[in-house]
Design a protein around this ligand. Structure first.
Ligand code: PGA
Length: 251
């Protein structure tokens, strides 16, 4: 059985006090949520404090990015995966479409980041997803398959225990235009079969595939009802503890 994951991506929002306040409020409102894993991803400057304040709770903490480099060195502005682990986080979002689009992150970089996470005992939430032009020209599956196979290159079957996939169609992120549950399910099923081709059917059956893109309290249950949707990566609606808690408590 795949345990669902509801993850909140806070992007570049919240000063330290706001991050702590939201985290503590969320900790309280999801204290009884055992049906899924709950994760929040604050900005780096809030990471350690939020980890400390959530210790012993059922809310886990993710970073939003990490370095491709595993060795400490002359890499101004970068943060290595073991530094993230060191402050108490357990997950890292890698290859988010904003990083791919705005910071030129390639599949090869995403792959190195995923490997760094796995090597240091972190779980990587690997994001894939097509943009509108790619969907409209019928290339969505090819694009996603390429992102997936390149981003997961070299990972072993046991490494895959530390990989979560997030399907986030770029046209649905921050636009209020969610994929319909049927559209999302079709791509999730495709992704699961692509994982099967890469890693075999046991890994495919165990891999959690999250949907992301305008997930809100009023559309989460329709998405979660789909066979291959194992959770959500939530942006805007995760910034408010009450709305994120509603999403967490979708059932
Ligand atoms: P959104 O963002 O929920 O605001 O669309 C999702 C994401 O970028 O992960």
């Amino acid at each position: 059985m795949r345990k669902p994951v509801i993850a909140g991506n806070w992007k570049m929002y919240k000063l330290l006090d706001e991050a702590v306040e939201t985290a503590l409020s969320l900790k309280h409102s999801v204290a009884n949520a055992n049906h899924c894993e709950v994760i929040i991803a604050p900005v780096f400057t809030a990471l350690k404090t939020v980890c400390d304040r959530l210790e012993g709770s059922n809310v886990k903490v993710a970073a939003q990015n990490c370095s491709t480099e595993q060795r400490h060195g002359a890499q101004t502005g970068e943060i290595a995966a073991d530094m993230i682990k060191d402050v108490g986080a357990s997950h890292v979002i890698v290859g988010h479409s904003e990083r791919r689009q705005l910071y030129g992150e390639t599949n090869e970089a995403v792959n190195l980041k995923a490997i760094a996470c796995v090597n240091f005992g972190l779980t990587a939430i690997v994001c894939v997803g097509e943009n509108l032009a790619q969907r409209e020209s019928g290339r969505a599956e090819t694009v996603v398959e390429t992102q997936l196979s390149r981003s997961l290159e070299g990972l072993t079957v046991s490494d895959m225990e530390r990989i979560i996939i997030a399907y986030e169609p770029v046209w649905a992120i921050g636009t209020g235009q969610t994929a319909t549950p049927e559209q999302a399910q079709a791509m999730h099923q495709f992704i699961r079969s692509a994982v099967e081709n890469l890693q075999g059917n046991e890994v495919a059956a165990d891999t959690r595939i999250l949907y992301g893109g305008s997930v809100k309290p009023d559309n989460i249950s329709g998405l979660m009802a789909q066979a291959d949707i194992d959770g959500a990566l939530v942006g805007g609606a995760s910034l408010d503890a009450a709305s994120f808690a509603e999403i967490v408590n979708y059932k």
